[in-house]
Design a protein around this ligand. Structure first.
Ligand code: NAD
Length: 513
């Protein structure tokens, strides 16, 4: 057992010759970066660089888009039945090999193995949804809209689609998009986070094993240069982005300016409203699970508990007891919570404890003093509970994206609701109560995209669509479900008439009957 608070030691960097290089995956094979630029990939539980990732320049972007463009016509033209069988095979391989992927995720992101497996299952749900492509792509048909005339619609793929994903779900977030995009007949260039790039390559190799033609799924690694290359590339038809709000807004504006269809999911600050009649043990379990799971690095994490008095004291006591029972440490050692993704992010999250103290909040549990089962150089920061957080404090107004749970005390349901509706973000929220009428009123009155009723992380299943309101989503189309199918297809409406001997000759007006 190692006890560490704030380690100021710089992480040891292994000899570059000793660490692996994560290359692009283009045209069904690893491809070195033309730029020669690389980024460090850490194992956050060890605090060392374990790999380097090639960072794309424009030549790499062009190569990936060219591979996707070349693969598009044949993939678009492949029968639904053939596409479907490849998706089924991908699903079976993913199920059989998911432990390998989970280990990769834990080694680069830091989340515990069980949580990495959880993220894979949620992504797999979308693959399973996409296997129904023959149903999802069905068009509409109206017979005899005018005499001898039928109208029908077809859902047609877009072409080459770009996906840009964040570090916190290196497998699940790309899987929100690419199974549906591929099922619909598009070809994909995925630009994953440079912080944990290997999951994307693993998925590329899995597609190849499943029989996907080379070039249908490509992975381009990199930073802003790679992203901008995709946003401005004339052959990229759409952009699906998930990440922080400032970047989501930039992506939305830039991609739209370059004529692309865009969905850009941004940041979050999710509130849990606790009414006085709620079951406080359920609330405490839920707040701890949703606040500290994946070290709070989830866009659907609960970061603010809004306690309608008089519940706050009793609830805080229960949360504090549960925090004391958590094991923090290396995700490979059956711990409950792992490290943060980088030292820089860890330090930023830790800095909010000072902000809380300066702003007059009460730090009930301080994550800087955490005892861990892991290497002293890991990027550790423990579960943190802060009571009486002023709503003017940056602890309340900013997305912290770490294991920091704030408590705001309010006097009534109305006060809590007004607080939630006044926030900049509208990703997720939850109400805890045993009053069905109050819950129903909340689902109607709250201005947030995803709502839980006695469910702390209300991520919709793949048959529904995922996305928030306000600054949590730029664009009008959410991820997966029916909206995902709509995003990755464009409609053709066909008006058809097969002439028969009774056709009426020349008529310059609209058809009337
Ligand atoms: P990020 O915005 O820093 O990065 C996301 C992607 O954008 C990465 O691929 C990155 O390489 C790229 N990028 C970063 N800076 C860029 C720039 N200046 N120009 C162009 N591209 C750039 O986000 P992150 O730190 O990787 O992920 C955490 C954030 O993602 C949090 O804000 C979290 O709430 C959000 N998130 C939102 C959802 C959602 O569904 N709304 C889901 C997961 C994560």
């Amino acid at each position: 057992m190692t006890t560490t608070s704030t380690s100021d030691e710089r992480p040891a960097v292994l000899d570059p010759e000793e660490v692996g290089l994560v290359q692009h995956w283009i045209g069904g094979e690893p491809v070195p970066s033309a730029s020669g630029r690389t980024g460090d990939v850490f194992d956050p539980a060890l605090g060392v660089v374990t790999k380097r990732v090639g960072l794309a320049d424009q030549a790499d972007v062009d190569r990936a888009v060219a591979a996707a463009s070349a693969a598009y016509p044949a993939w678009r033209d492949l029968s639904l039945a053939r596409r479907q069988s490849i998706l089924f095979r991908f699903r079976e391989l993913l199920e059989a090999k998911k432990d390998e992927l989970a280990e990769i995720i834990t080694s680069e992101h830091g989340k515990v193995l069980s949580d990495a497996l959880g993220e894979i299952s949620r992504g797999q749900e979308v693959v399973e949804f996409a296997t129904g492509l023959a149903h999802h792509l069905k068009g509409e048909f109206s017979e005899q809209v005018s005499t001898g005339v039928d109208v029908y619609s077809i859902r047609h793929p877009l072409g080459v689609v770009g996906i840009i994903s964040p570090f916190n779900f290196p497998a699940m977030v790309p899987m929100w998009f690419f199974p549906i995009a591929i099922a619909a007949g598009n070809t994909v260039v995925l630009k994953p986070s440079e912080k944990d790039p290997s999951a994307a390559n693993w998925l590329g190799a899995l597609w190849k094993e499943a029989g996907l033609p080379d070039g249908v799924f490509n992975v381009l690694h990199g930073d802003k240069t790679a992203v901008d290359g995709l946003l401005m590339h004339p052959d990229v038809r759409s952009i699906s982005f998930v990440g922080s709000t400032p970047i989501a807004q930039y992506i939305y504006e830039t991609a739209a300016k370059h004529g692309k269809r865009v969905q850009a999911l941004g940041g979050a600050k999710n509130h849990m409203l606790v009414l006085p009649d709620a079951d406080l043990d359920l609330v405490a379990d839920s707040a701890v699970n949703a606040g500290f799971g994946s070290a709070g690095e989830r866009c659907m994490a609960i970061s603010v508990v809004v306690a309608v008095e008089p519940v706050a004291d009793a609830l805080i006591e229960r949360v504090r007891e549960r925090i004391a029972g958590l094991r923090i440490g290396d995700g490979r050692r059956s711990c409950d919570m792992g490290p943060l993704v980088t030292r820089q992010h860890r330090d930023k999250v830790a800095s909010y404890v000072d902000v809380a103290l300066e702003d007059g909040a009460e730090v009930v549990v301080d994550g800087r003093d955490v005892a861990v089962d892991g290497d002293a150089n890991g990027f550790w920061f423990g579960p943190t509970l802060i009571d009486r957080v002023p709503t003017t404090s940056r602890v309340y107004t900013e997305e912290i994206f770490g294991p920091v749970l704030s408590v705001v005390r309010v006097g009534s349901y109305e006060e809590g609701l007004a607080l939630i509706n006044s926030g900049a973000f509208g990703n997720g929220t939850a109400i805890f109560t045993n009053d069905g009428g109050a819950a129903r009123r909340f689902q109607h009155e709250v201005e947030v995209g995803m709502i839980g009723i006695n469910v702390p992380i209300p991520v919709p299943v793949a048959t529904f669509s995922f996305g928030g309101w306000r600054q949590s989503l730029f664009g009008d189309t959410k991820a997966h479900g029916a909206e995902g199918v709509k995003f990755f297809t464009q409609q053709k409406a066909i008006t058809s008439r097969w002439l028969d001997p009774s056709h009426g000759g020349v008529d310059l007006g609209f058809p009337r009957s």
